[in-house]
Design a protein around this ligand. Structure first.
Ligand code: PLP
Length: 398
């Protein structure tokens, strides 16, 4: 199909030309002289993006799932009690990762569409005077539901009862899109992938490990080899890796870090907030419910939209793909067939969001959802214009 493919799933996201260009180069010697300077710029930049001075960066040639596995096997032992909340497909998968290594997970079941309730964290931990819980697992932005949990409030709940449990956070679909403060929230491990806010192709996990997590990795005896971060940390300090790294991805990652820091993190977060609000206004104009009911928990990287009874979201996806060359996300797990997920993260601007909204409303009409042509696009454009008339500048990451 002529024209560009609109990849508006909630990750992988569109890779800017600048990043593709940075990766379009000969493969370097991964034990050669270029690596230390390349790695040192990446690590310094990622520290700024995680907003940390005390966290250590660990890079794995894997996907986000691998990074999440690393966060578990380096900090916990089989039999350790872990507190987790089932608020969507990815939070449940994080739980299952811990279970598969023999940890005992107290997984609190909650309706999909809400975030981690900090008061429940408080209630569970205050009763645990013996400090049996060794970690609390939180998915910062639950990509299956479009809900952002308040990690700061979770940290405050842990601190309020002086509980020593580690705070392990999945930031796969929030890092470099939604504000995340590793140091201020005293996070112990945060895990991201390259294919979302970092604007790269899939293929690497980016882990940030704090001092307590690093100390734990010297004590735990969970079997690990590839995901043991100790040899990686040691080698990365010298500018290298104990395995063959994804070298061309590293060049792309350096460029991504440069782009994000040039735009500035407040600019990046503000742009995502603005684009997300444009999408939400469109959804409201379609008279369809946003799965996330609490506006304080709206995700700025994606919006999950509930469809009317009798409409299969997979059919919307198929029509959008086949007729419009637009990829949208569908319902995962128990939401299969029931929601569409519009990704609005990464390298993205207002015009692209307007096209995505227009394409989504065309696809909805094609499968029989009653939507007046143009109402969503109009609401979205009105929101963007309101910003321009008020003098709010909206940058573009290209
Ligand atoms: N956690 C979240 C919040 C995600 O959105 C994803 C992927 O979309 C994952 C974990 C799994 O990451 P990956 O597919 O890169 O293994």
């Amino acid at each position: 199909m002529p024209g560009r493919h609109f990849l508006q799933i909630p990750g992988p996201t569109n890779v800017p030309e600048r990043i593709l260009g940075a990766m379009h180069r000969p493969v370097p010697d991964h034990r050669g002289p270029e690596l230390p300077a390349l790695l040192s710029e990446i690590v310094a930049g990622l520290r700024k993006i995680f907003q940390t001075t005390r966290g250590e960066i660990v890079l794995f040639p894997t996907s986000g799932t691998g990074g999440l596995e690393a966060s578990i096997v380096n900090t916990l032992n089989a039999g350790d009690l872990v507190l987790a909340f089932n608020i969507g497909q990815f939070s449940h998968a994080y739980t299952e990762t811990a279970r598969s290594f023999g940890m005992q997970v107290d997984e609190v079941e909650l309706p999909w569409g809400q975030g981690v309730p900090a008061d429940l964290v408080h209630d569970r931990l205050i009763r645990d005077t013996a400090h049996n819980y060794k970690a609390v697992l939180v998915v910062h932005n639950e990509t299956s539901t479009g809900v952002t949990s308040d990690v700061r409030a979770v940290r405050e709940a842990i601190n309020a009862v002086h509980h020593p449990a580690l705070l392990l956070v999945d930031t796969v679909s929030s890092l470099a899109s939604i504000e995340f403060l590793f140091d201020e929230w005293s996070v112990d491990v945060a895990v991201a992938g390259t294919q979302k806010g970092l604007m790269l192709p899939p293929g690497m996990a980016v882990v940030c490990a704090g001092p307590r997590a690093i100390a734990a990795s010297a004590q735990v005896n969970t079997p690990r080899f590839f995901f043991d971060w100790r040899p990686i940390l040691a080698e990365m300090k010298r500018g290298y890796f104990p395995f063959t790294p994804a070298t061309l991805m590293l060049y792309g990652l350096r460029e991504a870090v440069r782009m994000l820091l040039e735009e500035g993190l407040p600019g990046v977060f503000g742009r995502h907030r603005n684009l997300a609000e444009g999408v939400r206004r469109a959804v409201r104009a379609w008279n369809l419910p946003i799965l996330c009911r609490n506006p304080a928990e709206y995700s700025n990287s994606l919006t999950a939209v509930e469809l009317p009874e009798g409409i299969d979201s997979d059919e919307v996806l198929r029509v959008a793909q086949d007729v419009l060359n637009l990829s949208l996300g569908g319902g995962l797990g128990r939401l299969k067939g029931r929601v569409i997920r519009i990704g609005h993260l990464g390298a993205l601007n207002e015009l692209e969001v307007l096209a995505t909204v227009a394409g989504t409303e065309m696809a909805l009409q094609m499968v029989g959802v009653r939507v007046d042509p143009g109402v969503g696009a109009r609401a979205c454009e009105q929101w963007f214009m309101q910003g321009h008339l008020a003098g709010r500048r909206v940058g573009s990451p290209r």
